[in-house]
Design a protein around this ligand. Structure first.
Ligand SMILES: Cc1cc2nc3c(=O)[nH]c(=O)nc-3n(C[C@H](O)[C@H](O)[C@H](O)COP(=O)(O)OP(=O)(O)OC[C@H]3O[C@@H](n4cnc5c(N)ncnc54)[C@H](O)[C@@H]3O)c2cc1C
Length: 442
């Protein structure tokens, strides 16, 4: 199909590719600065992509200091959500549901790597010994079960004979009740500040002229022009980077990974709503959190023994839950919560992560001037979406104002926490960090 000639009325300050929670946050932050973006998404509304399946856990335990700073800053935005969304007044607001997050303490665990960041940044935490843990969460089994193994390995069923040392609890953690609604809230504030949204519209090309991005081409051949294009395409991010011709110039790349998350009822008599807790449990290989109605939501922490389901085409993958993964994740979780059953009827979601080589996002410019990206969110950036939008807008303004972010990286000061977020951590050209868990835990 031939391109339609761009029409002057179709010129935009910026074009954002993707209306997920991160795309909407970028759009809102740009619009607040007077850079009025057009947000384009092929789906019918904001947050319909991978955002809609998010477990939306808000926690702080990342392997880099900038990661921890961003997550701490980010949670303050969720806590002040009505203010963040003002002056928009949507009918409903996403809700922050507060639960403590535990990082289990055992030989070879993450505690020693993460606590120095908490100490330096002043993130509040408590050290709990086994007695304190059981007093608060009596349904937990505090044995050591790991390292995780596949279900057909006899070690899976072995009776454990050692105990965890205890855990680190961050009492300010939680989850967001409705991730799609959160994206829609951000879209509403973007619109109030002059952003426009175009749904059911697919971008099939990124255009450039004289060495700079100049706009996008839609599947019907329409050309829309803009001096700034931001790739926030979620699991389609590497396809959009390829359209812009920047993929091969990046040190870190992204690719889609298929994931399943399950919801099972807590056992009768267990008050998981009331005394519930969230754990990223590398010892059993699952993360879990309360889900309203006295349920437990369970996902994987990608233990080394599990084969990962990389997807070649993010539009072509199996979207039904699988029995094997269901049994595996629920039974792993049942080691930590022995009262948990495995109901016959599977409930849950299947969706894609957009995984970066080191499971840390890329929030950066590119080698094509005017083309930016907020990608590689690696199953762990829902929590950071609002602050990531803010950071991207700061970065875009700085680079458009002439700053060479590659040699003189932008450092953003968190508006709520005052913490410094060094954007070099999220560079497309960083060297893969040894400290990364190389899993969803980041
Ligand atoms: C199962 C699951 C559990 C998760 N759990 C957590 C968690 O507990 N905590 C946490 O912090 N994070 C979690 N995450 C990660 C988090 O949800 C994502 O990082 C975040 O939602 C990504 O938002 P996004 O806007 O970048 O992408 P998306 O929401 O995927 O949005 C991208 C959009 O781009 C559009 N698009 C792509 N290509 C094109 C194109 N060519 N033309 C037009 N539109 C296009 C898509 O239609 C889509 O709507 C989880 C993710 C999943 C999948």
């Amino acid at each position: 199909m031939r391109d339609k000639e761009p029409d002057q009325s179709e010129h935009h300050d910026a074009i954002v590719v993707g209306a997920g929670v991160v795309g909407c946050a970028v759009a809102a932050a740009l619009a607040k600065r007077g850079i009025r973006p057009l947000v384009i998404d092929k789906l019918p509304g904001a947050g319909y992509g991978s955002t809609s399946s998010s477990s939306a856990v808000i926690r702080f335990g990342y392997s880099t200091e900038a990661g921890v700073a961003m997550a701490w800053e980010g949670h303050l935005w969720w806590r002040d959500w009505a203010e963040v969304i003002a002056p928009a007044e949507p009918e409903a607001l996403a809700e922050f549901v507060n639960y403590p997050m535990l990082m289990l303490d055992f030989e070879g665990g993450r505690v020693d790597r993460v606590l120095p960041h908490y100490d330096r940044l002043g993130v509040p935490y408590e050290r709990l010994d086994r007695d304190a843990l059981l007093a608060r969460h009596p349904f937990l089994d505090l044995h050591r079960f790991g390292p995780p193994v596949p279900m057909d390995d006899e070690a899976f069923w072995r009776d454990p004979d050692t105990l965890l040392r205890g855990a680190i609890s961050t009492p300010d953690s939680g989850f967001i009740s409705d991730p799609m609604l959160a994206a829609q809230n951000l879209a509403a504030v973007a619109v109030v500040h002059g952003a426009e949204f175009m749904f059911r519209t697919e971008i099939v090309g990124i255009r450039s002229e004289r060495g700079r991005v100049s706009g996008v081409r839609l599947s019907d051949g329409t050309v829309l022009s803009s001096p700034i294009v931001v790739n926030v395409a979620g699991p389609h991010s590497s396809i959009v980077n390829e359209m812009a011709g920047v993929r091969s110039s990046m040190n870190i790349t992204t690719r889609p990974l298929r994931r399943e998350v399950f919801v099972v009822p807590a056992a009768e008599g267990v008050d998981f709503d009331g005394a519930g807790v969230m754990i990223g449990d590398e010892d059993t290989g699952v993360y879990f959190r309360p889900e309203r109605g006295n349920n437990v939501l369970i996902g994987s922490t990608e233990p080394a023994c599990d084969e990962l389901d990389w997807v070649r085409d993010p539009d072509e993958y199996r979207t039904t839950l699988t029995e094997d993964e269901y049994q595996l994740l629920v039974l792993r979780c049942a080691r930590r919560i022995p009262s948990l059953g495995v109901p016959q009827q599977k409930r849950g979601v299947v969706d894609l992560y957009d995984v970066a080589d080191d499971w840390t996002p890329i929030y950066d410019r590119s080698d094509l001037p005017g083309f930016y990206m907020a990608v590689g969110t690696s199953g762990n950036q829902f929590k950071n979406a609002p602050i990531a939008g803010h950071c991207m807008a700061e970065l875009i303004e700085a680079v458009e104002g002439g700053r060479d972010h590659d040699s003189d990286p932008v450092v953003v000061t968190g508006p709520y926490s005052g913490m410094a977020i060094d954007m070099a951590t999220f560079s497309r050209n960083r060297v893969v960090a040894d400290s990364s868990t190389m899993t969803v835990l980041g």
